[in-house]
Structures are given as C-alpha cells and as structure tokens.
Write a protein that binds this ligand. Structure first.
Ligand code: G3I
Length: 454
C-alpha cells in the first residue's frame, strides 16, 4: 500500500475508534487464529491424540503447543502400557504427556481404562472372577494415579458389536458378566470423582443398530444411577464410512439423555475441498449441540496417523496447515457462542407426586467385587410390600478394612459397623421396587447387609 493511503486509513481508523464504541469493539474482536483458542471462545476444547515418543520432534511439539488445548495419549494409558505385569504399574510415557498438557494449559482425556484390545498378555490369559477383579483393580489404580488430572476418562472402549445385532461385543471382559461395564464406571467414579466418565465407541456416529444399543445402555445407566457423564464418538471417517447426514441429530439425542458428548478420535480420509468440507461439517455439528463440549483429532500430521496413507488429518507430513485445517478453524470461528454447561450431570429428576405413607420395611443385598487389598460393593435396597420413603443399610467391615468412597448414599462410619442412608433423590422406593448404591474400600468387603426403612 502506498504510504500516503496507509496514513489516511490509519487516521480514519483512529478517529472511528475514539468516536464510536461499537467500531472500537469490532476492531478488537478478531477471529481466533488457533484451533484451541477458537474452541475455548465457544466454551469447548480442541484436542489431539499425542504419542509420547514424538514430543521430542520440534515440528510436532511446535504444532501441539500452539494449536491444541486438550490431549489424549494415543497408546500410553492403555492397559498394556500401564500394567505390563499384573500389579506392577508403569506410567512413565503417560506421565510425560500429562506433564506436557499441564505446561501448555491443556486438558487431558484419559484413554482407555477397560477395553478388549491392547490388553497385556497376562490379562488376555485370565477369565472369570480373576479377570473381573484384575480389571477393577486396574481401573482403580490407574484412575487413582491420575486423580484430579483427567478431564474425561474413556472408562470403557468399544464394547458393542458391529453390524445390526445391537449386541455386546464378545470379549474376555464381556464373558465375565454383562455388568462389567457398570462396575468399571463405579470403580472409576470412586477413584476419581471429579473426572467425567465416558463410554467411547466407533461406528456409532449416526443412528444405527450399534448406536441404538449404546443409547439404550446410557439410558439404563442414567435411570439406575450408574455414574456416566459423557459419550465419546470416535468419528473415523472415509469413503466407506463417511460423516453421516444425521451426525448432529445423533449427538443431540445422546445429549438429551443428560450426558455430555465429545468427538474423540476425529480423522477423515481424503484431500482438498471434499476433506475440508467434511471437517467443517463435523465442527459445525459439535458447535450446534450445546453439550458437545470438545473435539479431538486422532493425531497431528498425516504422517502421525494410524492410517497415514489416507492423509486424514489437519497438517501435512511437513507440518503445514491443510485446507482441512482452515475449514475447521473457520467453522469454529463462525460457530455458535452458546457455551456448554460446566456440570458433569444434571440433577436427578424430582418427583411431583407426594409420597404415600411409610411402608413396611426393606431388604438389602450386596454384590461384591473383591481383589487383593480392595473391593467395590454394590448394594441393592428393595422395598417390601409397601412403598418406603427412606432407608438405611447397615454393614459390618472386618477388622483392618475400611470404606474409602461411596456413591448414591450418605455414609456414616468408615470401619467396623458402617451405615449408608439414602440421599435426597433415592429415598422413595415403590413396593417391590429397588435402588442401588455403592462403596469402595480397602481390605475385605462385607457380604451381607441389613435394611431399615422410614
Ligand atoms: O510400540 C511398539 C513398538 O515397540 C514396535 O516396534 C511396533 C511394531 O509394530 O509396534 C509399536 O506399537 C504399536 C503402537 O500402535 C504404537 O505405535 C502397535 O503395534 C500398534 O498396534 C498400535 O496401534 C494403535 C492402535 O490403536 C492399537 O489398537 C494406534 O497407534 C492407535 O492410533 C490406535 O488407536 C485406536 C484407539 O485407541 C481406539 N479407537 C480406534 C483407534 C484407531 O485404531
């Protein structure tokens, strides 16, 4: 620009800025220039999968530090990495990623506590109670190690079968009993009550038999008080499995169940405008769903991808921004300004029907998951032949055992004779109906419980 014209423009801009508040605001409201900063303006995060061994690569690290405000260890928090020998935990690589996240002010998505894949050899060889207890101990130990440092945990990954059956995936974990998912969630909640607990899967991005089955599970968990806060949609797309036209609607129907939704492993094979448009659509779908609180891409450069030949990411192999990057950033900058809620779960529904008169008692049964040195107890309180309006379950812990955490009940005492009373939302139980609470402890868990009602 010629210097004279530039001086005139600058003078005009200065005059407008001093004479019009509106113009002064507009001139400072520049679009964010990185994915993380733009997502943060919308109350969301934009993250990436990270491999610890790449942190020393300056191109990789430069992009990570500049662009992203959430990280997911790509392999380092998986069972084979964190517990290569039973009972012996190894956190070095995952700790490195968590330290980097802290130093750049990024959140951490923990991935993944319980999964049929990437199990250490010793776990692959277990079954039944031994595997169930090993899995619960793993969940407890790893979630405890990272307590307070994880924004969201993929507690259970990929537990449903592909295709139209809507069934659970057959696996050694599934063969320990259908309740393996909920006990994993309960153990994770007990170990790190502040982390959001997610179920994560692929091919669930649109409405289909598999996502319907996950939907039914989440609905059931919410109804029974199983602690679940979020659902992860992996979103690995290519020409055989493109971004579905009902992506946003599917995210929304899960959000309507009272959970957050997150795009957890986004990558879209392709190139040029077609790929860019798909990225923009994915970002817009998340922004349009109030409870979609973050997007994670599954790697930084195309060459970092688990399917590098499909060039599915936002940066090329040299670290240059692709058209897909610009489209994703533009979509973020043009997105809704409605921030998602910060709470992990909505309050449970309140009843408007006044409670009928006090009933005639209750019973309590204990289901115990015990491992060496610790346990998770799930207690089912069942009303007798009339409705009850409150309950207290009594249990006796053996010498040296104690309660460390409980959920869906108020605990009194932590060793010896302990009792658990209903909280505000689960005291009323109809005749013959039941409700559940749970607690975790060290030592040996009790096998029986008494129940008194109000
Ligand atoms: O670390 C070893 C190395 O020592 C060895 O020389 C090399 C030889 O193959 O393997 C290296 O381990 C590989 C590891 O990635 C680290 O690069 C494993 O073989 C390989 O199987 C592993 O692949 C990971 C895959 O999960 C395993 O299931 C991918 O990196 C990772 O991107 C991918 O991520 C999954 C999510 O966890 C769940 N959703 C699907 C997603 C894509 O498959």
């Amino acid at each position: 620009m010629d210097p004279k014209r530039r001086r005139v423009l600058l003078a005009t801009a200065a005059l407008l800025a001093t004479t019009s508040g509106a113009i002064a605001v507009a001139s400072t409201a520049e679009a964010a220039t990185t994915l993380g900063a733009s997502a943060a303006e919308k109350g969301r995060y934009f993250g990436t999968a990270v491999a610890a061994y790449k942190l020393s690569d300056s191109t990789y690290s430069g992009i990570l530090n500049r662009e992203f405000n959430s990280v997911t260890p790509e392999n380092e928090m998986k069972w084979d990495a964190t517990e290569p020998t039973q009972g012996s935990f190894s956190y070095g690589s995952a700790d490195q990623i968590v330290a980097r996240a802290k130093s750049i002010g990024a959140k951490v998505r923990g991935h993944a506590l319980a999964w049929h894949s990437q199990q250490p050899g010793w776990a692959q060889n277990l079954s039944g109670t031994a595997l169930r207890n090993a899995m619960l101990n793993h969940v407890t130990q790893v979630a405890t190690h990272y307590k307070g440092q994880i924004d969201s945990w993929d507690v259970v990954n990929e537990a449903f079968a592909d295709g139209g059956s809507g069934a659970r995936r057959d696996s050694n974990l599934q063969r320990t009993g259908n309740d393996w998912i909920e006990v994993a969630f309960r153990a994770a909640r007990a170990a790190d009550p502040a982390a959001k607990l997610c179920y994560n899967d692929y091919n669930t991005d649109g409405q289909n038999a598999k996502s319907n089955a996950v939907f039914a599970m989440v609905q059931d968990f919410k109804a029974r008080g199983v602690p679940i806060d979020c659902v992860g949609f992996q979103s690995h797309f290519n020409s055989q499995s493109p971004l579905p036209s009902d992506y946003q609607a599917n995210l929304q129907r899960f959000a309507n169940l009272g959970v957050d939704v997150q795009i957890t492993e986004l990558d879209i094979e392709g190139s040029g405008t077609a790929q860019a448009n798909s990225y923009a659509s994915a970002v817009r779908a998340c922004l349009a769903v109030t409870r979609c609180n973050g997007i994670t891409v599954w790697g930084i450069r195309d060459s970092d991808s688990w399917r590098a030949s499909g060039t599915p990411l936002l940066f090329d192999g040299s670290g240059n921004k692709k058209a897909a990057y610009t489209a994703a950033l533009d979509a973020l900058n043009g997105g809704t300004t409605t921030p998602p809620p910060t709470t992990t779960s909505p309050p449970p529904p309140t009843t408007t029907t006044p409670p009928p008169p006090t009933g005639d008692g209750c019973t309590a049964t204990v289901s115990l998951n015990q491992w060496t040195g610790g346990f998770v107890a799930t207690v089912k309180v069942t009303a007798g032949s009339a409705r009850i309006n409150g309950w207290t379950a009594g249990l006796t812990l053996s010498s040296g055992s104690s309660v460390t955490n409980s959920w869906n009940a108020t605990a009194s005492g932590s060793s010896g004779a302990v009792s658990f009373s209903n909280v505000a939302y689960n005291g009323g139980v109809n005749a013959g109906g039941s409700t559940e609470f749970g607690f975790q402890g060290t030592g040996t868990g009790p096998a029986t419980a008494t129940c008194t009602s109000r």
